[in-house]
Design a binder for this molecule. Structure first.
Ligand code: PXP
Length: 258
């Protein structure tokens, strides 16, 4: 299961449904149901569902993960902190993939990449146990050579490059800053593939910021959440997912045609 997979011509789209749960939890109760959103995302063309079970359960809860593991037809990518509690949950739920992310309770969202180099000894047994359970392990890291080499040394088959800084720069930074961060992601993606890693990317992506990321050669998967759930308020979830899919496809294929 963890053997290397062929890179798709167009990056897969993993839809992160955390913020459906954020809205549900604002009032308690069961509506809107993230599992129903996952089913709708599947119908709209999502290739996978991503959900982050945070330590404080601020959005997705344990029952959501149990239901997402059994009730949806798409691969589940469980985002998790590197803790014993999350490891036990992942080993029980057996998602298709587990993406290990850094987590601090006080942060609004996942603010930086995992320091895979510094935490090698802590991460190594987790990567091993998840892999032995047939779960495809991914590490959410910055596009940095040292971190990519650390991911490789840990035996993780996949890395997800953090696109947050690039997306912030695209909104509030200078054109030069945006280009510098984009170039860093391009180089990171190329270096990761050279090391034999499958390269994913995500965080903060929108219709405007996704095209150059989808155009990076060899990116196999993009994980997108907050923007799609926000757009669902205006357009509906299925049209937002279809539009994002179409932009990803156009951008990836146009880059290949050059
Ligand atoms: N990838 C990872 C590893 C994440 O932690 C998140 C946020 O949960 C995402 C992708 C999706 O980010 P966003 O919700 O900003 O699209």
């Amino acid at each position: 299961m963890n053997a290397s997979r062929p890179v798709p011509r167009v990056p897969r789209l993993g839809v992160n449904i955390d913020h459906v749960a954020t809205i549900r939890n604002a009032r308690g109760g069961r509506h809107p149901d993230p599992v129903a959103a996952a089913k709708l995302a599947a119908e709209a063309g999502a290739d996978g569902i991503t959900a982050h079970l945070r330590e404080d359960r601020r959005h997705i809860g344990d029952e959501d993960i149990a239901r997402l593991s059994t009730e949806i037809g798409l691969p589940l990518n469980l985002e998790m902190a590197a803790t014993d509690e999350m490891l036990a949950i992942a080993l029980k739920a057996r998602p298709h993939a587990a993406c290990i992310v850094p987590e601090r309770r006080e942060e609004v969202t996942t603010e930086g990449g995992l320091d895979a180099a510094r935490h090698h000894n802590h991460l190594a047994p987790m990567v091993r146990q998840l892999s032995e359970a047939g779960i495809r392990v991914s590490l959410f890291i910055e596009a940095d050579e040292m971190q990519l080499e650390a991911a490789r040394a840990l035996g993780a088959p996949v890395v997800e490059l953090h696109t947050g800084a690039y997306c912030h720069a695209a909104l509030d930074g200078t054109a030069a800053e945006r280009e510098r961060l984009l170039e860093r992601l391009r180089r990171g993606a190329a270096f990761g593939q050279k090391l034999g890693l499958e390269v994913h990317a995500g965080h903060g992506l929108t219709y405007d910021t996704v095209p150059p990321i989808a155009a990076i050669p060899g990116i196999a998967e993009l994980n997108i959440g907050h923007f799609l759930i926000g757009e669902a308020i205006f357009d509906g979830l299925a049209p937002a997912i279809r539009k994002m899919r179409a932009i990803i496809e156009q951008s990836a294929l146009a880059a290949k045609a050059v």
